[in-house]
Design a protein around this ligand. Structure first.
Ligand code: EPZ
Length: 421
């Protein structure tokens, strides 16, 4: 296992190129299952989760070719010869459940290991199954697997989501595009990654409208061509780097992304006292004065993203006063708190609410990454802590951040990957 060693105290300064969004690339790669033709997907980030996705596609018989040099993935949909996503892959990446919709739409059968929970919560898939049943699929759950059948194909339907689940929206959208007839899906997720998936599906000939709003309309078609699509930039990676810059009292620019993708996070950074400026494809956050505390509630897009909760918590340890963060999306997404406390943070948790007292002097220590965004939070804290911080289990980090230590080193961070003795 690897660990990261960070020597804190340097103000970060400079520009970072943002990679393609993990949470857009994953559903878009699975959408290639929908076509018998070859799909080309560009700007795919080099991540552990992408490698797992490739393994799932390979296990389904699809030809895959990842051209590392230009982050382009070629997927040949003509050789699909299986319909099962096995436990050993799904248990390492729950997003593998996103094969359900495309396999049911294309083959009328799908068998996927129940994803199981993960560090941040139970992560049920009941909304996915409810929506796919409305489209005519039937499911059995046994031996830890979900088996879905739609032998006569899927039929368009009107579907109301009880909660705007990102994954359920993606699975349902990918099922509707080949269903017979029209579908109306209400109370859907509105994240930019949903919009990017809809654009990718439209490039295949899908008839979709309304993505990014609370209702998506789909008119099913008989078949789809291969896609040719460039993945949208990663708004969570971008916001993570802006937080790191502010944490070190520096000035960081993220390039290849527009402020439209992340207005809520930027509004909160401005409210905390950062100087935010942007062009059509870059955003700069500059530390100009002591940060002021914030009251944050995580919400579905366009609200404050839960995937930025941990990173903002690290930053708010330096705000002058008491901040409150309420996590309303996942039931167990405060595992970074005890690790931040080891670095000197003053945080109390009551239910789904964390209270952060600042500013505190952070000092380096050995800490443990528990999930993807918690890892990023610990890096941000380590960059400001006095002395050395060691972050263990960085495999969590590699799932969602491409070359993060190289990108941080380019803007002044003293961060090194080492073998964990
Ligand atoms: C996606 O997860 C993201 N992952 C998550 O990012 C992100 O935190 C989350 O959306 C919310 O924005 C990917 O896109 C691969 P949900 P997903 O379905 O689809 C409950 C990261 O760090 N729920 O919107 O699993 C669920 O338990 C990861 O990049 C049901 O109850 O999120 C949770 O409490 C972490 N039943 C809430 O909804 C369901 O059928 C949000 O889940 C589905 C979800």
């Amino acid at each position: 296992m690897d660990r990261l060693r960070i020597v804190g105290g340097n103000a970060l300064s400079g520009s970072v190129e943002i990679s393609g969004a993990k949470n857009a690339a994953l559903p878009i790669l699975f959408a290639a299952i929908l076509s018998e033709q070859k799909s080309i997907i560009r700007n795919v980030p080099l991540l552990a989760d992408i490698n797992t996705t490739l393994k799932v596609l390979d296990s389904l018989g699809l030809g895959t070719l990842f051209k590392l040099e230009n982050h382009t993935m070629e997927i040949d949909g003509s050789t699909l010869n299986a319909h099962e996503a096995p436990y050993e892959l799904v248990s390492t990446m729950r997003a593998s459940v996103l094969v359900l919709g495309p396999l049911l739409a294309r083959k009328g059968i799908a068998k996927v290991s129940l994803p199981g929970g993960c560090a941040i919560g139970a992560r049920p898939v009941d909304i996915h199954l409810m929506a796919l049943e409305k489209l005519g699929a039937t499911f059995t759950i046994e031996n830890g697997y979900i088996e879905g059948h739609a032998p006569n194909g899927l039929v368009g339907a009107k579907i109301n989501f009880p909660f705007p689940s990102v994954g359920a929206t993606e699975n349902t959208l990918m099922a509707c595009v080949l269903a017979n007839g029209k579908s109306e899906i209400h109370n859907v997720a509105r994240e930019p990654e949903i919009v990017d998936l809809a654009i990718a599906l439209r490039s295949m000939g899908a008839k979709i409208s309304g993505e990014g709003s609370e209702t998506i309309l789909v008119e099913g078609v008989k078949s789809l061509t291969g896609m040719n699509h460039g993945v949208a930039p990663d708004r969570i990676e971008a916001a993570t780097f802006l937080c790191a810059g502010l944490m070190t009292k520096g000035k960081v620019t993220v390039t290849g992304i527009s402020a439209d993708f992340m207005q809520s996070a930027l509004d909160f950074l401005s409210q905390a006292g950062a100087k935010i400026s942007s062009t059509k494809d870059s955003i700069t956050a500059e530390y100009v004065k002591e940060l002021t505390p914030l009251n944050i509630v995580t919400e579905p897009f366009p609200g404050f993203p839960t995937d930025m909760q941990a990173q903002f918590m690290a930053l708010l340890t330096q705000a002058n006063g008491k901040s409150i963060i309420s996590e309303t999306i996942f039931e167990n997404r405060f595992m970074h708190v005890p690790e931040l406390i080891r670095l000197g943070a003053k945080i109390k948790i009551k239910g789904n609410e964390a209270t952060i007292e600042g500013p505190v002097k952070l000092t380096g220590a050995t800490v443990m990454a528990t999930d993807l965004r918690a890892s990023a939070c610990l890096i941000i804290a380590g960059l400001a802590a006095k002395g050395e911080t060691f972050i263990k289990r960085v495999y969590h980090l590699d799932r969602g951040y491409e070359q993060i230590e190289q990108k941080l080193s380019q803007i002044g961070a003293k961060i090194y990957r080492e073998k964990d003795k």
